[in-house]
Write a protein that binds this ligand. Sequence first.
Ligand code: CA
Length: 513
Amino acid sequence: MNSRRQFLKAALASAAAPLVSAGTRAYGAPQKKPNILYIMSDDHAAHAIGAYGSRLAKLNPTPTLDRLAREGMLFENCFCTNSICVPSRATILTGQYSQTNGALDLGGGLQPPQQTLPHLMKQAGYETAMVGKWHLKHEPAFDYYCVLPGQGSYFNPIMRETGGNWPKDTRRFSGYDCKHSSDAITDVSMAWLKKRKSDKPFFLMHHYKAPHDNFANAERYDWLYQDIDIPEPESLWDSGNHGSEATKGTGTSIGKRCDWRNMGHHMFVDRSLSGEEYKRTAYQRYLKKYLRTVRGVDDNLARLFEYLKKSGQMDNTVIVYSSDQGMMLGEHDFMDKRWMYEESLRMPLLVRYPKMIKAGSRSDAIVNNTDFAPTLLELAGVEAPSSMHGRSIVPLLRDREPADWRKSTYYRYWMHMTHHDNPAHFGVRTKRYKLIFFYGLHYVPERRKPTQPGWELYDMKNDPHEMNNLYGDAKYAGVVKELKTELRRLRRKYNETDAKYPHIQKVIDKYWD
Ligand code: CA
């Protein structure tokens, strides 16, 4: 009888929950906290998810994620703050911009005490686990972990697991021939969910290696898209001169031959093909390989969700899907990420939790990856510490954009002309405009050659593919002035100035006005 009364009380609290304003106790006292499943892929661009409705949607790349979107909320304007693996992951774990958490580039990492999110989730009464791609170098501060070392392997991955001697001990996923990492990672998460004994709710970070390059799919997807022509982006044939002097000739090209980093080289395209044919072939091979690894992620998620459903946990689990950043899939003739250009800047963000979120809803509010930790903490019933820069998106999940919600987001990429020849830059994105400054220098003066500094301005409403740099056009002088003021404000607010890098500050001072 007593338990029945408690059940009814919990059910009533649950029904009333949407009326309760977002606060530290959003769920009503007697209700058990929800499980939280945070899923992240590596380099999965939003436009390679069907629900985002891009040119690739008609290929049906992600039926499971599309269902997640139909049953939850899709964020149209989620942006990362530094479009590269390690820094984005560090931001997600700390809720802080790169200069504050110290992970500016791929050399960064997070020591266990710095891994704020799992510590606070433990304090909030959660059993915590981290499975898959980790990339933050130091031992994960979770109750359980089983993670790939560094980038990890696509096939027969070895992983480092709780209880071993970090980082020496590894466990190979033996007993399987050519076990694909997406299959292995899903197996590990499901095994942990099945065997755990705790009556605490779980917080599981479930991270795939796919679809990061070199885009190796499980054999069962070799047939996929075999006889299909993947639609090309409008900007594939972009001359590369639309931007500014600062970006001319930079970045990894799809079709530029003679460059060992170009996609044609990567995809073993016959060098004797004509320029146009060479580029087309490279693009087709790139997209097919990429989308096959995406389907591997999607099918594994179907398996994971089916388990949650069968074990009665689906609706009491908040499911979040994202990627550490976006990816250029041939737009402007580019591959890879790093750019503040749209396809690399945007992160997919889908959230399903029927007790709070209306099925099939969408939000165009500007959110970024500093918001993830505060959100997960509020869902766990605790407040984010003031040291976090982000803000919980729980009010947005309840379909309400607060009047004082941010109107712009700050971005910075640091690794000047490394790996994929992208110049370092920073900028600001509002719903309507994007202003980028390429300052042409590495943050630590070194032998890499400086590039020409320059600004780019895009009108995202009239020019969503960023084909026309408006910087310098007198009609936009007022817009530029406002955006520069906003950029300066955000840089101060988030400790993202260049006080520590006088050689960069000098360039900024020279080119600001
Ligand atoms: Ca990545």
